[in-house]
Ligand binder design. Structure first.
Ligand SMILES: [Zn+2]
Length: 271
């Protein structure tokens, strides 16, 4: 037994919430020179031990309830094109949704869309604390470190979170293809929508298919708002980024849109 395991052995709780080592997020392009940080909280459908499959079928674990299909590949493509740093969660959002605070019901949901999540049905406070410590805290610590370093260097990073959404939700088809969501600061989201409408054929909507009222802007509120950093959340319909080639094509489409929107804000001296 290592010293660290011995140190933590006393933390085991009677309800099975034993200590779990923090699972670090994946960071790429740490040294890139662009002033954008891209964030993908729903990048992975991995369900590692000790949590396992939560009682879900293989089909459910591949579905959009477990992650945002295509979002990681799109984010990495955007990061390369924008010379940006990117950070991705490495565990399924059904085990812990890093875009939710630990006290939000959606952090470890007992139900997602039409699916019951058996492994989340009767979590104890100690089990919720264990997942928060192992998954949520290291993700946001790492993101905060990236932002704090840039701010210390006198830079003003732009924070963009990258998501995908299902074409059909609760049986209803969604018509929007590209949604741009804002929290308290609408400037960048409005500029991105204007550029997407001018430059692409994508059906683009502001605060579609969700809005901040749906509690989907936790990361932005936690990291961008306190520093006054320009920010937005991007949602791409997942059937448009269903293959590596489609992810790359979408990155080709959206990178100039994002660059133009940021240039607009720079001209206005908003960034
Ligand atoms: Zn998402």
């Amino acid at each position: 037994m290592t010293a660290s395991q011995a140190d933590h052995s006393g933390r085991s709780a009677p309800d099975g919430a034993a200590y779990v080592a923090p699972r670090a997020p994946q960071i790429e392009g740490r040294d890139r020179t662009g002033d954008v940080i891209l964030v993908c909280e729903h990048a992975s459908n991995a369900m590692p031990p000790p949590w396992g499959d939560l009682g879900l079928t293989a089909e459910q674990r591949e579905a959009h309830i477990a992650w945002d299909p295509g979002a990681l590949g799109l984010m990495r493509g955007l990061a390369r094109r924008l010379e940006a740093t990117c950070i991705a969660a490495t565990t399924s959002r059904l085990i812990y949704d890093c875009n939710r605070a630990p006290d939000m019901p959606g952090a470890m949901p007992a139900r997602s869309e039409i699916h019951e999540i058996p492994g989340n049905a009767a979590l104890t406070p100690a089990q919720r604390a264990q997942r928060s410590a192992a998954l949520y805290v290291p993700f946001h610590d790492a993101l905060h470190a990236l932002i704090a370093e840039r701010i210390a260097l006198g830079r003003r990073p732009v924070i963009l979170t990258i998501h995908s959404f299902t074409p059909v939700y609760f049986g209803t088809p969604r018509s929007v293809e590209f949604g741009v969501i804002h929290d308290a600061d609408a400037r960048l989201a409005q500029a991105i929508v204007a550029e997407a409408q001018a430059r692409t054929g994508l059906k683009t909507g502001l605060n579609e298919p969700y809005s901040a009222a749906d509690d989907v802007t936790h990361t932005l509120r936690l990291h961008a708002t306190p520093y006054g950093l320009v920010n937005a959340m991007l949602e791409i319909r997942n059937d448009l980024i269903a293959t590596p080639e489609a992810e790359a094509a979408m990155a080709d489409t959206l990178a100039p849109v994002l660059a133009a929107a940021m240039a607009t804000l720079t001209r206005r001296k908003d960034i």
